[in-house]
Write a protein that binds this ligand. Structure first.
Ligand code: PEP
Ligand code: MN
Length: 268
């Protein structure tokens, strides 16, 4: 169903009126790794919007490596994002970890993220395949492009064709960065599928200093969007502070992205 051979036109996913994919403007999504409260979320969403971002991200259910680390605010976190959406109009992207929370996500979220760790949680993929919400399907930590596409097929086979792929870096022997950003997937995904693809330079690098260059490279490579972690005070973030941009820096990155987009005949 995702194969370009049987569907030559690009899929365009409609997110509350924002079109993702095809010839449409590149979407830049910004926001914290974890939602930390209502005022924090409203403030960061306002800053993301002011900087030129068109959607907000925020984790309410967090897949943490350690069970002792902060696990997310849960439904309360989604409600904080709902408040931030009411103030800014920015659509919400948030990660769903378990099918038993689907009703909450249908109620509050505009794009349901399936995280890297759940890319091959086939029951979860089948469950979101029955919805008509856009799904952001992240590539698994150590999954091939074929496996990733097959996971998209699981969602599409259930009837939900609104799939956006997201490369977020893969495990390699390299330890300098958190993961290795595999940018070659952009042209490969475009060749093999008709689905939009966005890049997450934050989880791919794990280092805020690398976000700008990898964002520009992603746009040059033909990505349809970026999802970037932004926090007003990264040193104190409840998760992933070291890879989060301050709003001012995020704004600079958006400005530079506009220039690269223009150079390749697109816009942000
Ligand atoms: C996230 O987006 O906060 C996240 C946990 O991402 P990933 O699934 O790519 O690690
Ligand atoms: Mn994160």
């Amino acid at each position: 169903l995702s194969n370009r051979m049987f569907h030559p036109e690009d899929t365009v996913v409609d997110v509350n009126g924002i079109q993702v994919g095809g010839e449409n403007p590149i979407v830049i999504i910004g926001g914290p790794c974890s939602v930390e409260g209502e005022s924090m979320m409203v403030e960061v969403a306002e800053k993301v919007k002011e900087a030129g971002g068109c959607m907000m991200r925020g984790g309410a259910y967090k897949p943490r490596t350690s069970p002792y680390a902060f696990q997310g605010m849960g439904e309360e976190g989604l409600i904080c994002m709902d408040k931030a959406r009411a103030k800014t109009g920015l659509p919400i992207v948030s990660e769903l970890m378990s099918a038993d929370k689907i009703d909450e996500f249908v109620k509050y979220v505009d794009i349901i993220q399936i995280g890297a760790r759940n890319m091959q949680n086939f029951d979860l993929l089948k469950a979101v395949g029955k919805l008509d919400k856009p799904i952001l399907l992240k590539r698994g930590l150590a999954n091939t492009i074929e496996e990733w596409i097959m996971s998209a097929e699981y969602i599409m086979a259930g009837g939900n064709k609104n799939v956006i792929l997201c490369e977020r870096g893969i495990r390699t022997f390299e330890k300098y960065t958190r993961n290795t950003l595999d940018l070659s997937v952009v042209p490969i995904i475009k060749q093999k599928t008709h689905l939009p693809i966005i890049i997450d330079p934050s989880h791919a690098t794990g280092d805020w200093k690398l976000i700008e260059s990898m964002s520009l490279a992603a746009i040059a490579a033909g990505a349809d969007g970026l999802i970037i972690e932004v926090h007003q005070n990264p040193e104190c973030a409840w998760s992933d502070g070291q890879q989060s941009l301050k709003p001012e820096k995020f704004k600079q990155v958006v400005e530079k992205c506009k220039k690269v987009a223009e150079a390749i005949g697109r816009s942000v």
